[in-house]
Write a new protein. Structure first.
Length: 196
């Protein structure tokens, strides 16, 4: 199964990133700017190809990304990489921070409009023993950018815990972030909480 249209890609990213919400054809159609019928066809196609799973809630059918499937996890990681390519400047800006199993996420106003943003918000998922190294790397990077870098460093366990506890700030970051590095690892983490 190949994802061929931009709307299919956008739908999958919405469903993946906003995993704590339930979407049906009607609610998703508004975000995709296509008709409810067009959205229903898209969702049915993705479901038929085992990319989405459906669930009945009352009279409504809602959809989630099937992260139990290896192909789907790889597909989502690919879509996250593809999305990152639209933010090449930021990928280049923070490439020195990425190594090993780290996840580097860009979020906040700098994504939408750098000129009007007050700072650059990043979240970095690291190993506990890497805190000092990351602080030093951020301080070094700060010398080359005009806006304040606001970074949140946490471990994968902390990220999982915050998501499971439905910490609103973390859920908003997850929902809106651009995953600059560590897309496969990020998909693994989200797979562990999609049953929420």
């Amino acid at each position: 199964m190949t994802i061929t249209t931009e709307k299919e890609k956008k739908a999958l990213l919405i469903l993946f990133k906003d995993f704590s919400s339930y979407y049906n054809a009607n609610s998703l159609s508004k975000l995709l700017n296509i008709s409810r019928i067009g959205t229903m066809k898209l969702l049915k196609k993705l479901h038929k190809n085992n990319i989405l799973i459906e669930r009945k809630i009352g009279k409504s059918t809602v959809y989630k990304v099937n992260l139990e499937d290896d192909y789907v996890r790889s597909l989502i990681a690919f879509l996250l990489v593809e999305e990152t390519n639209k933010f090449k400047r930021w990928k280049d800006e923070f490439k020195d921070i990425y190594k090993g199993e780290r996840i580097v996420m860009l979020y906040g106003s700098a994504i939408k409009n750098y000129e009007k943003s007050h700072d650059i918000d990043i979240m970095i998922v690291i190993e506990k023993e890497e805190y000092k190294e990351i602080s030093k790397a951020i301080a070094e990077r700060q010398k080359f950018v005009s806006k304040k870098i606001h970074s949140i460093e946490l471990t994968a366990e902390d990220l999982l815990k915050n998501i499971k506890e439905k910490q609103k700030a973390i859920i908003e970051v997850v929902k809106n972030a651009i995953i600059l590095y560590g897309q496969h690892k990020y998909v693994e983490i989200i797979q562990n909480v999609t049953s929420i």
